[in-house]
Design a protein around this ligand. Structure first.
Ligand SMILES: Nc1ncnc2c1ncn2[C@@H]1O[C@H](COP(=O)(O)OP(=O)(O)OP(=O)(O)O)[C@@H](O)[C@H]1O
Length: 306
């Protein structure tokens, strides 16, 4: 065994309300098969980032795998960023937005195959209010739903489902946003403002069909109303949504101000109710192991400057 060649597996034991022993055993077995030394870290919800950083410093793994929801994936991504480490994702959350975006397969054995493969895409990351965002942050009813879900104590898809109707009834939308980009200032009201690096929410809803995760830009999308027919369109891969339903601004940086405090989430994790958000594309890219098909779709990387 090459003792210097470590694989670190970070597991969130409570993510998605599912058992993780099967994942741990399968990853460990694959690591041994490929002559890696294997180290497991189970998150506790307290000081995990510090502990993971210490393990990375000590073991110098060439690859870090993460089994959890988007919140855990984002935390681990922050630990491997700026280091020569490939991130492998085993989706195990309630709503796996990153996995949906990377078109990761459904079966554990296929997910492990990809997480160990050398096909890696260097993706953009966003810095939003000084935190890392890989996927989608938003202000409004989706963040409110996540807040109610996290407070309910019922995890998994059922937890989201049970909170969806009360959230819609009790939400104080519309919210009023002012968005400042290099193009100027725009005022708009809506139910939800998304800051999207990727295309889809964890539910699979495509809210940003034309966004590219490695083009050096992100999209600010203001969803103006709860138009049922437009919402249904988001189950398609490339929905053409009406401009009466959503306004899209593609940019490298944005400052968003709100008149009142609005629920805010990043990568599926409710943070707080806030009145201002700044978002910028970071120069640091993150290497993520992805399916070959997904990687090929992104190989014609635009020449861009930050
Ligand atoms: N052992 C633990 N006990 C309680 N909470 C934990 C533990 N480990 C991590 N957490 C918390 O889990 C949250 C992250 O959850 P994660 O996003 O991985 O899963 P999820 O919420 O089920 O999935 P998703 O984000 O896809 O909906 C963080 O708030 C973190 O503090």
């Amino acid at each position: 065994m090459k003792s210097e060649n470590y694989i670190l597996l970070v597991v969130n034991p409570i993510a998605g309300d599912s058992e993780k022993d099967t994942i741990i055993a399968a990853v460990e077995s694959e690591a041994i098969k490929r002559n890696y030394s294997f180290q497991l870290y189970k998150t506790s919800g307290k000081a995990d980032k510090k502990a993971i950083n210490a393990l990375i410093e000590k073991l110098k793994p060439t690859r870090v795998l993460v089994a959890g929801g988007d919140g855990t994936i984002s935390m681990v991504a922050d630990c491997v960023l700026k280091k020569d480490i490939i991130l492998g994702i085993i989706p195990a959350g309630s709503a796996n937005g990153m996995a949906a975006n990377f078109e990761l397969p459904q079966t554990l054995s296929q997910q492990i195959e990809i997480a160990f493969s050398d096909i890696a895409l260097a993706i953009d990351i966003l810095i939003i209010n000084e935190r890392i965002c890989l996927h989608i942050a938003d202000l409004g009813i989706n963040a409110e739903l996540i807040k109610n879900y996290e407070n309910s104590g019922i995890r998994g898809k059922l937890g989201y489902f049970l909170q969806s109707i009360p959230t819609l009834i009790n939400s104080e939308h519309p919210f009023y946003f002012s968005i400042e980009t290099e193009e100027g200032i725009i005022e708009e009201s809506g139910i939800l403002l998304a800051i999207a690096n990727a295309n889809k929410f964890g539910t699979g809803a495509t809210i940003n069909p034309h966004g590219k995760i490695n083009d050096g830009k992100f999209e600010v999308l203001i969803f103006k109303n709860l138009d049922f027919f437009e919402i249904v369109k988001t189950i398609q891969e490339k929905p053409e949504m009406s401009s009466d339903f959503v306004r899209v601004i593609s940019t490298k940086a944005a400052k968003i101000s709100c008149k009142t405090k609005i629920p805010f989430q990043i990568d599926g994790e409710f943070l707080e109710e806030i009145t201002s958000v700044t978002a910028i594309v970071s120069k640091n890219k993150l290497k993520v192991a992805v399916p070959e098909k997904f990687c090929n779709l992104h190989t014609i990387n635009a020449n861009y400057e930050y």
